[in-house]
Design a protein around this ligand. Structure first.
Ligand code: ADP
Ligand code: MG
Length: 394
């Protein structure tokens, strides 16, 4: 029987807590379509919500107890208390949820002594660059916001994005940019979400007619490797600090001109110059991609994706042989406009922008060739661009 994550979270809640959950929320995963590592550099990033996600069924409590369970991560109820959870020893996944609860308490949205019961059900693979972390945060935030409407509070989507993003930065300690939470919350059926990370403003643009995405999950989960994400984040900051000394008033690396790098890049180490070159040219590629879409030019849009991957591979050095192989195989298949790694890199997933000519046979051929070399079969599926977070009464 086909069920939805929301229905599953609600029935999990009912069986675990022996009560009906008054509220629930669902948040999808996301793909990063283009704009690789440009969000925390003040650039423009393009993403889309996908057809898999995470649901949270919830109820507020007045006794300060916090009880959590996740169908995928922990079938036993984990319990902590509103005033002691920061010291409690709990599995690491609870940090995404407790971080959001902490933001709600810190901002005065939830009473200091309030607690909650939460049940989580997901169809989203973890650690594959599809942002299960942001989906978990936004589904938690959406469910709590829905429950708090009883107190007469209306928490808008922008506030929930901010709380979820702060929870991941501050509580989990992951210095991610705003892309994940924005796309997960703001996704729109048939559209891409364009985030200007310098101002946090977003717009949506339609996908070219007849086009969608095919996603290929490599067998390397980025959560399993010691991800150098934080190293790249630090390197980009170092570049900006070096350039700031010579170019007064620049605030964001992604907003520098390639000529700035030609003129002042000599002071940077080779590695830092490569990181800077990726970010600065990727920002321009995003502009070209958006112009191509506005003109319904899916061929040039696809070229931008391929060039973005090449830049990630050689300049930002966040690709892997598995991702390179998937992109290399995909770009020769009928119906593929372009392909690239999606998300942070160092494993995870590859996306292809495809038209109706792209066949299941082609996709299986790609998987066969990958399996022959890596002795593991990638999982693949087609996805539309979907709507973002929803929250509702049960
Ligand atoms: P990504 O966001 O690309 O999936 P991250 O490492 O940022 O990868 O986040 C993955 C983490 O999010 C998991 O390791 C886990 O802690 C948490 N998570 C994701 N989905 C669930 C779930 N269904 N239940 C509990 N925790 C989850
Ligand atoms: Mg994540």
């Amino acid at each position: 029987m086909n069920t939805t994550p929301a229905a599953d979270a609600r029935s999990l809640f009912a069986s675990a807590f022996d009560a009906t959950s008054p509220v629930w929320a669902y948040a999808p995963g996301r793909i990063e379509v283009i704009g690789n590592h440009t969000d925390y550099n003040g650039g423009t990033v393009v993403g889309a919500a996908i057809d898999r996600g995470i649901a949270v069924a919830a109820a507020l409590r007045e006794d300060g107890r916090i009880r959590l369970l996740s169908r995928e991560a922990s079938s036993a109820i984990l319990e902590t208390a509103a005033d002691t959870y920061q010291e409690a020893v709990l599995p690491s996944w609870t940090a995404y949820v407790l971080g959001v609860i902490d933001e709600f308490r810190m901002r005065g949205w939830m009473d200091a002594g309030a607690g909650c019961d939460l049940a989580i059900a997901s169809t989203l693979p973890v650690g594959t660059g599809l942002s299960s972390s942001a989906a978990l945060e936004l589904a938690t935030a959406g469910a709590l916001a829905e429950a708090l409407r009883d107190d007469g509070q209306t928490l808008g989507t922008a506030l929930l994005i901010e709380a979820a993003h702060r929870a991941e930065n501050r509580y989990v300690g992951m210095p991610c940019g705003l892309l994940d939470q924005t796309v997960v919350a703001r996704g729109k059926e048939g559209h891409l979400v364009v985030l200007d990370a310098a101002t946090s403003r977003h717009t949506v643009i339609p996908l070219p007619q007849g086009h969608g995405f095919a996603l290929f999950r490599s067998h390397i989960s980025h959560a399993l490797v010691d991800s150098p994400y934080e190293t790249r984040h630090r390197e980009c900051r170092e570049v900006l600090m070096a350039l700031e000394r010579m170019i007064p008033g620049i605030r964001h690396l992604a907003r520098c001109h390639p000529a700035d790098l030609d003129a002042y890049g000599v002071t940077l180490s080779d590695a830092l110059a490569r990181r800077a070159s990726h970010v600065i040219h990727e920002q321009r590629r995003v502009g070209r991609f958006l112009r191509a879409l506005a003109q319904q030019d899916a061929i040039d849009a696809g070229q931008c994706l391929l060039q973005s991957h090449e830049s990630s591979k050689s300049l930002f050095e966040n690709s892997t042989p598995e991702l390179d192989m998937l992109v290399g195989l995909l770009k020769t298949q009928d119906g593929v406009r372009g392909a690239r790694l999606s998300g942070g890199g160092w494993g995870g997933s590859v996306l292809a922008l495809v038209d109706p000519m792209f066949s299941d046979t082609s996709a299986e051929r790609v998987c066969d060739a990958y399996q022959e070399l890596f002795e593991a079969r990638p999982h693949w599926w087609r996805t539309r661009a979907c709507d973002g977070m929803v929250h509702a009464r049960s």
